[in-house]
Structure formats: structure tokens, C-alpha cells
Design a protein. Sequence first.
Length: 274
Amino acid sequence: MFLVPAYPSGLTKRLRWLLAVFSLPLLSAQALPPRPALPPLRVKAVAPDVFVHTSYRRLPGSAAPVPANGLIVRTAKGALLIDTTWDPEQTQQLLQWIADSLHQRVQLAIITHAHEDRAGGLAVLQAQRIKVYSTPLTAQRFGMLFPRATPPTPALKPYTLIRAGRTRLELFFPGAAHAPDNVVAWLPRQKVLFGGCLVREQSAPTLGNLDDANLSLWPASLRTVTDRYPRAQVVVPGHGQWGGPTLLTHTAELLREANRRKPPTALREPQANR
Ligand SMILES: [Zn+2]
């Protein structure tokens, strides 16, 4: 503080303040505070008896925790679950939320493709003897990607209609896109389309994880979904904010850009499995 005597007192105060401010980052770097906790599991209603569940994971290469969405559907016969959370602990919390808030048990869970953001909590469901269905291709890919885990029951056909009380849930495989096995879910009464990772949120600037994507087939698969569900009012993407059918056109535009920009062989980026 040798400068202090040479300056009027107002400036001295400011210097002290400046010094204090600039020394803060140094202090905090030395103290190495623990990493902030992940945001808690979030559940939000998007239509009568339909809720989006969102869990978070830190992934290498992304500054913010990456959210992943699934659905909970309340029916007269118990809850239906579309996709688990990123990890077992969050799925445990999800089951607790369903028990506490809906006073229901999960009667059936669906895995929409064999990636961790869809099936990270599968073992928790299996331990509680909850039925978990996927297509045979998803079960097979799950076995390859996670050889030590028990795959879901391969009970879904390319088109499967599930009835639970008055609720109808349609599961449909439109063709390869984000993954070779991705299915979408449609609730005709509530007009909710769960596009999963086949659909990108409105603010997404890219197509996301392309490790298992098929960029030449994705546009046609997306068109099949768009043509099949013209009544969709709520469209839920695999990651981020849900919205209306414009999410489908936004994803189509991202695909046009990606296919214009790069040859298909140059598009694989090594990323975490999601
Ligand atoms: Zn995925």
C-alpha cells in the first residue's frame, strides 16, 4: 500500500476496493471450492396427466450440466414412464416423486433407445420389478453398449399401442435418425409427442451427439414422424425445452445445414454416450 500517502483519500478508498476485488479470484483459486452440485431432478406438467422429467449430468466438453427429458403419464392403471434419468440415484428420486405426488407406482417403463440418458436408471426399475420394454434392436444394442447390465424386455414392435384405462400410448419406430433404434411416443388424447433425441429443442444450434446418428436417413425419419402426427400440440425433445411442432421444422433445418456443410463421413464427433 505504498501508494496510499500520495493520493487523496477518496481515491485511496477506491484503490483499496480495487485491490480487494482483484485479489478475490486469486483467493478463490487457492481455496479450490467444490464443484457446484447438479441441478435437482425437475418434473413439470405439460398436459393433463402428462409430466416431463428432467435430469442433469456433467459431460466433458460442455460447460453447463446437460439436461435430459423423459415423460411420466398418470393413468387409471398406474403410471407409465418413458425413459429413465441419467443415473440410478435420480431414477430413485423419480419413483419417489411418482409415489409422493401422484400416489402411483410405475406399471410400465419404455426405453426409447439404448443410450445412457434414456436408460441410466434401468437397474433401479428392474430391482423394483417394474416391467421395462424396448424394441428388440434397442435391447440388442443395450447389451452391446452395457454388457454387464440386464437389457430391457424386447417386447415393442415397430408400432405398439399401449392401453391403460382411457389412456392410449403409441410407440413408433420411424427409421434411423439420432440412433439406429430411436422410437417416438405419442399420446393421442393429450396430443403430446415425445420425439426424444430425434427432435432438437428450438434453441439448439446443432444436432447434438452424432456418435450413432444416421444423417442421411434422419431427414426421412423425421418427415415420417411429422406426417404421422399432424395433431401434435406439445413436442418434447430429448434435451432442453419442449414446444410446439416448430421443433420438428427446426430439426429439419439443422439437418439440411449439416448435410449441406459436411460429407457424411466427416460428421462423427467422439462424445459421451447420450
Ligand atoms: Zn441418444
